[in-house]
Design a protein around this ligand. Structure first.
Ligand SMILES: *[C@@H]1O[C@H](CO)[C@@H](O)[C@H](O)[C@H]1NC(C)=O
Ligand SMILES: *[C@@H]1O[C@H](CO)[C@@H](O)[C@H](O)[C@H]1NC(C)=O
Ligand SMILES: *[C@@H]1O[C@H](CO)[C@@H](O)[C@H](O)[C@H]1NC(C)=O
Length: 309
């Protein structure tokens, strides 16, 4: 919307220029060149538009909110319009690198949420697998199942200092600023989620990369420190590697050893398992030809020949 408006504005400016000064041929040529110059200037910003605020963000966010309170979790009562207002309040008229966790305070205040114990699933660098895991083991809750996670998943946004709208043409990288509007929201959401965690919690880590437990990840920098040993009974860690490897870290090798030390020093009880069977089966379903799936596949083939005889 905003982008569209600013394009219209510059078209008007160009037209104005043409009317004013097209008396002589020379100036006409000059203006023509100016127009081309402006067009050239505009083009790159149109090309990079996909890296700005997600188009239609208001419709998406408010729509997802209504979806959540109507279909996903009908017992909840939230004011979706109010949540949007608080979100906008936090983000617009700010330089795009200057939105802190505290700026979202009112928004989170408008959407309190609690969860039943024993269902919390944390993950780091295992997103695709986490999705199939949570889809199969239906009782798990991830951050993306909370209202805030559901509403803002996969979206990008940033404001601009002297404007009451979002910046749809470009937003900075997360790494480019300390108080990135997207990062700050997820930081706060992750912190809330971890503070609420209770009972047994599950942590899914990627054994095919170095630093499976990374102190700079959202889990390592925010969630772990927000877990409360008084509320959490067990931290059950599951280390999962790609079927084809590499096999870099495990429960007793690499950064996961550090994680276990931190948990122990803070008084958590914990378990850790490499290559959990359910997770391996899920991976094999997606890639049955892997050699590590052959036992599984063979028994399926066997069964097929049994049933078709
Ligand atoms: C950042 O925001 C704070 C308060 O919201 C304001 O005082 C400060 O001037 C802003 N800084 C920049 C660089 O925009
Ligand atoms: C582990 O991380 C790598 C690199 O990010 C990724 O390609 C792979 O899918 C991840 N493995 C699992 C099991 O999530
Ligand atoms: C919690 O985890 C521990 C250790 O894995 C297990 O013995 C216990 O049965 C679990 N409790 C629940 C309620 O899942």
């Amino acid at each position: 919307m905003h982008e569209h408006v600013s394009l219209l504005r510059s078209n008007e400016a160009v037209r104005g220029l043409t009317l004013m000064t097209s008396r002589t041929f020379e100036t006409f040529v000059m203006i023509n060149m100016t127009i081309w110059f402006i067009v050239l200037l505009l083009c790159p910003s149109q090309l990079t538009a996909q890296f700005g605020t997600t188009p239609n963000i208001k419709h998406i966010v408010v729509g997802r909110c209504y979806n959540y309170i109507t279909l996903v979790n009908p017992s909840l009562r939230y004011d979706c319009e109010e949540i949007w207002r608080q979100f906008e309040e936090a983000v617009v008229r700010q330089s795009s690198c200057n939105v802190t966790v505290e700026d979202y305070h009112q928004m989170f205040y408008a959407m309190p949420q609690t969860w039943p114990c024993d269902r919390f699933l944390f993950w780091s660098k295992t997103r695709a697998l986490m999705h199939s895991y949570a889809a199969v083991v239906r009782h798990f809750w991830t951050l993306e199942d909370t209202l805030v996670g559901f509403m803002f998943n996969d979206l990008i946004w940033c404001g601009q200092e002297e404007d009451s709208g979002f910046d749809f043409s470009s937003c900075p990288e997360w790494s480019a600023c300390r108080n990135h509007p997207v990062y700050s929201l997820w930081r706060r959401a992750s912190q809330n989620f971890a503070e609420m965690a209770c009972g047994n919690i599950t942590v899914l880590l990627n054994g095919s990369i170095a630093n499976a437990f990374n102190r700079k990840s959202m889990f390592g920098s925010v969630e772990l420190d927000s877990l409360n040993p008084q509320r959490v009974d067990y931290v059950n860690i599951k280390v999962v590697t790609n079927l084809e490897g590499p096999y870099i870290e495990s429960c007793n090798q690499g950064s996961i050893v550090n994680l276990i030390q931190i948990l122990q020093s803070r008084g958590f009880r914990w378990t850790c398992i490499d290559n959990d069977q359910t997770l391996m089966i899920l991976q094999c379903i997606q890639d049955p030809k892997q050699s590590s799936c052959q036992t599984c596949a063979n028994s399926l083939l066997h069964r097929k020949s049994l049933t078709s005889n």
